[in-house]
Design a protein around this ligand. Structure first.
Ligand code: KIV
Length: 280
């Protein structure tokens, strides 16, 4: 409790957000703000700021580990990130991302691996990419009483099939397939669906066709909520060239870090730090 007070919570705020609260937000016509997080401290700050849902994305592999894609991320790594986030975020719903290869192989693998994200990572839900292709795995995990978030459109784990990170669903026939995936996921019982990298009119059509909330990223303003990779919106990601069009930067933390580190180097080199003030 002392820690909770330090983090700025009161007792009322400590109620854990569940998928029922997310459904209620949609029913009340409220937009659902979502961010990713990968570690304890960031999660604690997002939680204290009032974010209702945190996705522990396999984007960790790119923005935290420096891989070029999310494909090398392992389940052990996702368990580590998810449990770190869960220790920091006492209120937000934690969605643990199922990494590539942890659910596409069979429904039994999906159940075993989703269970690890819940038992060891303390996730309140898991996320899987793909629609009808992974529907048996989605059904099996939901049957095990683990809430599932779908993820359609530009699904980063399909980077090799897509031939790069390209906007999906531009033509009518591809758009229809993505809509069918969304409906199949809703029929299977997912509690929400991330729509990534599709034209905003398609995201609007999908959102209007579903009862569960859609959470957009690079999908325009008509989704039920929005998610960004926290490193992108805080300006920590070292983009070589331009950041993706869908990113809005709310801070330039990389600049703050660089200038702070330069000041520190200078202080140590010229003997300005440490002084008596910092000594025992
Ligand atoms: O891996 C990730 O961070 C994600 C979110 C952007 C939805 O899939």
């Amino acid at each position: 409790m002392v820690r909770a007070v330090l983090l700025g919570y009161n007792k009322m705020d400590m109620k854990k957000i569940t998928i029922l609260d997310i459904a209620a937000m949609k029913a009340e016509g409220r937009k659902i703000p979502v961010l990713t997080a990968y570690g304890f401290q960031t999660a604690a700050m997002l939680d204290a700021a009032g974010i209702p849902m945190i996705i522990v994305g396999d984007s960790a592999g790119m923005v935290e580990a420096g891989h070029e894609t999310t494909l090398p991320v392992t389940l052990d790594e996702m368990v580590y990130h998810t449990r770190s986030v869960a220790r920091g975020a006492r209120r937000a719903l934690i969605v643990g991302d199922m990494p590539f290869g942890s659910y596409q192989t069979s429904p039994a693998d999906a159940c075993r691996n989703a269970a690890r994200l819940v038992k060891e990572g303390f996730a309140g839900a898991v996320k899987m990419e793909g629609g009808r292709r992974v529907i048996d795995a989605v059904n099996a995990v939901i049957d095990m009483d683990v809430p599932v978030m779908g993820h359609i459109g530009l699904t980063p784990q399909s980077v090799h099939r897509m031939g790069g990170y390209r906007v999906q669903g531009k033509g009518r026939s591809q758009a229809r397939e993505i809509l069918k995936d969304a409906k199949a996921l809703e029929d299977a019982g997912v509690f929400s669906i991330v729509i990534e990298g599709v034209p905003m009119e398609l995201a609007k059509e999908i959102t209007g066709a579903l009862n569960v909330p859609t959470i957009g990223i690079g999908a325009g303003p008509h989704c039920g909520g929005q998610v960004l990779v926290v490193n992108d919106m805080l300006g920590i990601t070292p983009f070589e060239g331009k950041p993706p069009k869908y990113v809005k930067k709310y801070a330039q933390l990389a600049d703050v870090v660089t200038s702070s580190v330069r000041d520190y180097i200078k202080d140590v080199e010229d003997g300005t730090f440490p002084t008596k003030e910092h000594s025992y």
